[in-house]
Design a binder for this molecule. Structure first.
Ligand code: SF4
Length: 365
């Protein structure tokens, strides 16, 4: 029988949690280090629904994927789900070990889950992994080797084992092979989770959900950490990394949200950005101070999208970029940039004044 590591190497499966990390590297390291496995079923991004869908519709195959990755450690695997969610109830009913996660935006981030599983809070670890080799948390407490896979990735591993790498590669593109799930929500007739593949025009995915109403003007891709597109862009873009990259986005965790044309898009974007600011775990200055400042600056821009406001917003956005312990501030900044591109009306020009996030942005804007 072909070893699953060989099959994953041949299949080229990229993780379906959003980071698109090669699954074979993680699986190999997990096996070599006898790492504990956490299955992420939280669907923590705004609009996400696919991992809960896997639990509801493909639990036996998910468990097979867990067995393939964890081997004898499969019984000790923990299933991370938001407290009180349908997924948590279904996992408990199946007799599985559920790691109950608070329903906050960054609680389901990979290191938040590792932290929680080791007795800490569901907050991102300041010291980054890879925890598949073990490590220590922010207080110096030992972390056992632990790996996090999202539910769809494990389901795909089971499919590759059952159907072969050739079957898997018959979907998608050479570099982004295989079928993948995408949650389509918002202003569509049939909200739901659909199966597509990289290289599919986004409009075909939207058609599975009933199509794009002619009155629609904006489509979000990737949730709060994603980007906003105009309806025309959504009608022409191809759903793969090169296609999404031209708008600053990616396929991310498989989310498309069609914005309601009867709602003010600036207000809707403001609500999302304010939500993002409120979800900072309060551990890193650029995130704790920077995101509320970004929300305020965005609000001012929304009220008056002048050149000066745009410049000010751009200056603030330039202060983000890998400066938090997790990617939350980067994700919100990406969304703001795209919302400014799509919803803004004037061209950027001269800068006004420099803002230093480390010196308390709140006081400067
Ligand atoms: S970047 Fe923000 S959300 Fe992430 S760990 Fe730091 S404070 Fe928390």
């Amino acid at each position: 029988m072909t070893d699953i590591i060989d099959s994953l190497t041949e299949a080229g499966l990229l993780g379906r949690g959003g980071a698109a990390f090669p699954a074979v590297i993680k699986a190999k390291a997990a096996r070599e280090n006898h790492a504990g496995l956490i299955v992420n079923v939280c669907d923590g991004e705004l609009g996400a629904a696919k991992d809960g869908w896997v639990v509801a519709n493909h639990l036996p195959e998910l468990l097979d994927g867990v067995q393939l990755v964890a081997g004898r450690g499969a019984k000790r695997a923990k299933y991370a789900a938001h407290r009180g969610s349908a997924a948590a109830r279904a996992l408990k009913a199946a007799g599985l070990r559920v790691l109950e996660v608070p329903d906050r935006y960054v609680s389901s981030e990979e290191t938040s889950l590792i932290n929680l599983a080791h007795g800490g809070l569901a907050r991102p670890l300041a010291k980054r992994g890879p925890f598949v080799y073990g490590g220590r948390d922010s207080r110096g407490k030992r972390i056992r080797p632990t790996v996090v896979f999202n539910a769809e990735t494990l389901w795909r591993i089971s499919q590759i084992s059952a159907n072969g790498a050739g079957w898997f590669r018959s979907f998608g593109t050479e570099v982004e092979p295989g079928p993948r799930l995408i949650a389509v929500g918002g202003y569509v007739r049939r909200v739901g989770v659909y199966e597509a593949a990289a290289g599919t025009p986004l409009i075909e995915i939207l058609q599975m959900a009933g199509g794009l109403n002619p009155s629609v003007e904006h489509v979000g891709v990737g949730g709060l950490g994603g980007v906003l597109l105009t309806a025309d862009e959504a009608r022409t873009v191809v759903w793969d990394t090169p296609g999404m990259k031209q708008y600053g986005g990616s396929m991310g965790p498989g989310i498309v949200s069609v914005w309601n044309p009867h709602e003010d898009p600036l207000e809707f974007a403001t609500k999302m950005i304010e939500y993002g600011a409120g979800e900072s775990a309060g551990q890193c200055g650029p995130c704790m101070f920077g995101l509320p400042a970004l929300a305020r600056e965005w609000s001012r821009f929304g009220q008056n999208p002048s050149r000066e406001r745009r410049s000010q917003l751009n200056l603030l956005l330039d202060q983000f970029g890998g400066r938090g312990a997790c990617h939350h501030p980067d994700g919100v900044a990406r969304f703001v940039r795209s919302a400014m591109r799509v919803l803004g009306t004037t061209a950027a020009t001269e800068p006004t004044r420099l803002i230093n996030l480390n010196e308390g942005v709140g006081a400067n804007v």
